[in-house]
Design a protein around this ligand. Structure first.
Ligand SMILES: [Zn+2]
Length: 321
């Protein structure tokens, strides 16, 4: 796709300064630097501030709120040569807990007297398409890496508790001396076309009119092309010929890398696997255009900010090549 990096989470030019991660003295120095700031994550949510546009909140590293952090912060990189970290404050208890948490449409915002004025903890998906590219990159990085620490506290080899190392980009087990690296799980998401038509599907858990492109995890020992062909065959029984790469998107829910591909269908009969697909159909370019223009409400396309939305938009505008 031309301008493929303009996708949400497509990168904001963050200087990750990875060479500083192994330098414990520099890390300690940066943590007491007056210009240092930190993002706040709490049980999968991030701290945002209000203005005309929602903005990712970066608090001074000396902010008292960080006393709720259990572990040392992750060093995300340098922004205009100022260090930026991310703190996990999940053990902090707000005055009022939200009634339900998580899910595809988590619109709960937590406001609390302990947070700065006009700030709230919320789901990144609710604001992702309105953040600046740099804020989106910082937010995606913080959410993914802190989510990984949250579920990888113990050594996968020997079971002992492991510790944070390399400025938060590794975990190390003292007992068996193994190093553990953050996971990124590749997922293929595919724009399958047959002439003027594109294939859309809906997972069983999704609300009724919502449809998106088919997608699935890449398996060990598999190429991206093979994963595209296998997933489409498994999910709807369509045979796919030529496969090509279009664009990628980090998707920190919790740790995916979406790899957008295109594929040419060699057959059109649809036999959805009921476990994975509630409904699938071919839709013409003109129909999708009407859906995107808000003139056809029988279909709710993948939300803005997702790579599915991005690929469909670019297909409509004929900007894939
Ligand atoms: Zn170990």
């Amino acid at each position: 796709v031309r301008h493929s990096e303009s996708v949400t989470f497509g990168g904001g030019g963050l200087d990750r300064a990875a060479h500083l991660r192994s330098d414990r003295d520099r890390l300690a120095q940066m943590l007491s630097d007056e210009t240092a700031t930190a993002l706040v994550t709490w049980r999968g949510k991030l701290l945002f501030g209000s203005g005309d546009q929602p903005k990712l909140a970066c608090l001074p590293i000396s902010d008292m709120f960080f006393k709720h952090a259990e572990a040392e912060p992750v060093f995300l990189g340098l922004v205009k040569s100022a260090p930026v970290f991310a703190y996990d404050v999940s053990r902090w208890e707000p005055e009022q807990l939200p009634e339900s948490e998580g899910g595809l449409f988590d619109s709960q915002q937590i406001r609390d007297p302990a947070l700065p004025d006009n700030h709230w903890l919320g789901d990144l998906r609710q604001v992702m398409a309105r953040l600046s590219p740099l804020d989106a990159e910082l937010a995606a990085s913080a959410k993914a890496i802190i989510g990984w620490h949250g579920s990888h506290g113990f050594c996968a080899k020997c079971g002992a508790a492991s510790g944070v190392s390399m400025g938060g980009w590794q975990r190390h087990c003292e007992l068996c001396n193994s190093h553990h690296f953050p996971r990124t799980d590749p997922v293929v998401i595919m724009l399958i076309t047959n002439g003027n038509n594109v294939l859309l599907g809906r997972s069983p858990g999704w609300p009724e009119p919502m449809f998106s492109l088919l997608a699935g995890f890449v398996e060990p020992g598999e190429t991206l092309e093979a994963a595209v062909r296998r997933e489409v065959a498994e999910e709807v029984g369509v045979k796919v010929g030529a496969v090509g790469y279009l664009a990628s998107q980090p998707w920190p829910f919790p740790a995916s890398l979406m790899v957008g591909c295109r594929g040419e269908a060699l057959s059109t009969d649809l036999n959805p696997d009921p476990v994975e697909i509630a409904e699938a159909f071919w839709i013409s370019r003109e129909q999708i255009m009407a859906v995107f223009a808000g003139e056809d409400e029988t279909i709710l396309p993948a939300r803005r900010g997702s790579v599915a939305h991005f690929l469909l938009e670019n297909w409509l505008a004929d900007r894939l090549d």
